[in-house]
Unconditional design. Structure first.
Length: 116
């Protein structure tokens, strides 16, 4: 089974996506629209216009996985600006799947130490 915590990168396709596509459609979209390789160690996440369904494409070196989630109530807090590919953190993915926004104003921001 796929362990999302061990995957290198997570990308969301900002905006609405037609979820009637299959694996080949999403892989083509990743390559042609976003100039990225669907074969990298990454999750690629897509959401429909009504924000109640998502699909996640993942390559595990032997084949593609296509995960699908449909909410029975509520909506995903999905950024709907222009169509682009944005990298998000594992924490942001957890927030998204829990129904929260990927931008949490009350969460502690990561700080890097600077030595002078």
């Amino acid at each position: 089974m796929v362990n999302f915590d061990q995957i290198s990168s997570t990308y969301i396709c900002v905006g609405a996506t037609d979820l009637r596509k299959g694996i080949d459609g999403y892989a083509s979209m990743i390559q042609n629209n976003f100039l990225c390789s669907p074969f990298e160690d990454a999750l690629f996440i897509f959401c429909n216009r009504s924000k109640d369904k998502i699909k996640i494409l993942y390559w595990d070196k032997t084949g593609f996985w296509l995960f699908y989630k449909r909410l029975e109530q509520g909506k995903f807090k999905w950024p709907m600006k222009e169509s682009q590919l944005n990298q998000i953190t594992k924490q942001q993915l957890r927030w998204l799947l829990e129904g929260l926004s990927i931008e949490q104003k009350k969460a502690h921001r990561e700080v890097s130490a600077k030595y002078t």
